[in-house]
Design a protein around this ligand. Sequence first.
Ligand SMILES: *Cc1c(COP(=O)(O)O)cnc(C)c1O
Length: 370
Amino acid sequence: MKRNKTIYVTEPFLPPLEEFNEYLKQIWNSKWLTNNGQFHQELEQALCDYLGVKYISLFANGTLALITALQALRITGEVITTPYSFVATTHALWWNNIKPVFVDIDPETCNIDPEKIEAAITPKTTAILPVHVYGYPCNIEKIKQIADIYGLKVIYDAAHAFGVKQKDISVLNAGDLSILSFHATKIYNTFEGGAIVSQDESTKKRIDYLKNFGFANETTVVAPGINAKMNEVQAAMGLLQLKYIDTIIEKRKQRASLYKELLKSIPGIRFMEDLPDTFHNYSYFPIFVNEKEYGMHRDELYEKLKANNIYARRYFYPLISQFPTYKNLESAQSGKLKVAEQITREVLCLPIYPDLPINVIENVCKIIAL
Ligand SMILES: *Cc1c(COP(=O)(O)O)cnc(C)c1O
């Protein structure tokens, strides 16, 4: 029997190799490989322009950006966050000796439910760490209101939110800091990479010191920094990816629309609709399987697709609060995160990437409809 090509949940966009070689030649000529090189400087400016943000600091990856962001704002004690994310969100707290306090999510957006934040605040709370899951913006205004009343910092894990705008304003301008990831599996990649978006020059400066061992100049170390610098090869990839990002998002949008068209009449299958006044990036295509109405558990559908060589992924299952490191925390106890516990049982992210063939989408939907 002829086996179809294996389809993964994502596939990185790679620009033409000849174009990348031109950048590599320049790196070889200059012999400047890292430490705020020419491409690094160009990319910071180009990203500020493209994203519509004031200050950006590039990082080796998103996790180091998260860890450094918490250091930069001197966050301590307890931080309120979501169990429905990639583990790195909470690991960054752990690496800073901060206690995560999980708050349940909103079933429509899968983001932290702002109505439940206040009840989780204690005298030790210093910040809120929400995630724009799947690039769907959090309730930024409500979170800001709560943070202002209690004097809390807000750091957004915006790893999924590259290019996302509301009313033409980048969601990356929300909160004190926003963190991006440019990992190979994200919609915009620099192989590995990440960034912190900051709102003022002195914070940007502090972040830049911290990512380079704390060096302010040749002989001055102002803080116990880390090595989290982005190198020139990564930055070159970033510059090249930016040339294609509009096409990347447009092609993703077309594929998301086709999924919606083909799935909309299948009982028990729910998907997320675009929000009003929002520019989405279509970084993921999650569906939610209602076992009773659909007649099959999410895991059975996952296995069925796998048997057809289609590797959908259960993002996010298990919840972060269900991993051994976190499961004994008070806020992780069963019943406290009811919505997240339901969503994590129902979710399945279908393959989506710019070059995903249309007939594969048709095939995936046919298998789901059967
Ligand atoms: C990918 C991701 C990260 C980590 O980014 P890396 O660049 O892989 O270190 C953090 N948070 C979320 C929500 C992510 O999806």
